[in-house]
Ligand binder design. Structure first.
Ligand code: ZN
Length: 288
């Protein structure tokens, strides 16, 4: 934005409504009503209340007082958890060590993840989609915390990933994965959430988050899983990251990397943007 049109507007307009007429506000920014002009020497302070002139009525174009000053999701914290990591396969001792996984279980720290038949890895997919989701959420003013910083490291372990979500005070924690079923014809996405719940966040909040993600992906044209869960939702008791979460958490299995048709979508930047768009919109819907 340049300043000269704004100055022109100021020179032209004397009324409060000039802000609307000249269109100088940013999109989505509520129109601010400027204070009454008070150039030096023209104010009339110290009048008794009975002599204070009434304030001019607000311009009819001003928004109602109930208009939100910022989008309702701005400032909220969301943890995005890209599944696996690029260094996991080269560090088996580290990722195979047992860590607490909730419900009295222990599980491997992390796993390598799957890949398409052509060799496009799940960790690369989850990282790419997560970065796209982060960008979309940040544009809404949401504070995004990632459980890993790049796609070349090892881990972190599932218990550490859950702890990152818990310590951030996240309004939502979303893990992003893709599946690797070799069952003939198996395809479609599903959303996992912890069940039976181990704390209040794993109850209705987590199920609502999972449902929002399911609805968002379905609205975006993605098919629900033919082989896991029901109508795209999969309650699970065996996933450490979900078991250990004290924030509303859900895990998106975006599709089956071993299915040729889905592998083509999962492997393409355009396909990954579609997933990211749907996931980000679902999170915003849930938060809003
Ligand atoms: Zn995975």
């Amino acid at each position: 934005m340049t300043s000269s049109p704004r100055r022109a507007c100021f020179a032209f307009a004397a009324a409060v409504a000039f802000l609307v007429a000249c269109g100088t506000t940013e999109p989505g920014t509520p129109i601010a009503v400027p204070p009454a002009p008070s150039p030096a020497g023209t104010t009339t302070p110290h009048l008794p209340p009975s002599q204070v002139p009434p304030s001019p009525p607000p311009a009819s174009s001003a928004p109602p007082a109930t208009s939100p000053a910022t989008p309702p999701v701005a400032g909220k914290v969301v943890v995005i958890d890209p599944g696996h990591n690029g260094g996991n396969s080269a560090n088996p001792a580290e990722i195979n060590k047992k860590v607490p996984a909730g419900r009295g279980q222990t599980k491997a720290c992390n796993t390598t993840g799957t890949a398409t038949n052509a060799g496009y890895t799940e960790h690369a997919f989850t990282w790419d989609v997560s970065v796209r989701v982060r960008e979309l959420l940040a544009a809404k003013g949401i504070k995004v915390v990632m459980t890993r910083d790049d796609d070349t490291g090892v881990g972190p372990c599932v218990d550490k990933r859950a702890a990152i979500g818990n310590q951030s005070g996240a309004a939502a924690v979303v893990s992003i994965h893709a599946d690797g079923s070799t069952s003939p014809g198996a395809h479609g996405f599903h959303i996992a959430y912890s069940a039976p719940p181990l704390n209040a966040a794993q109850g209705e909040p987590a199920k609502n988050l999972a449902t929002a993600l399911r609805d968002g992906l379905r609205t975006a044209g993605f098919a629900t899983s033919t082989y896991i869960g029901t109508n795209g939702l999969s309650p699970r008791a065996d996933l450490g990251g979900l078991n250990l979460s004290e924030r509303p958490a859900a895990l998106v299995e975006c599709g089956n990397m071993r299915n040729a048709d889905e592998a083509a979508v999962l492997s393409s930047p355009q396909g990954r943007q579609r997933y990211a768009d749907a996931i980000a919109a679902s999170i915003v819907e849930y938060l809003g």
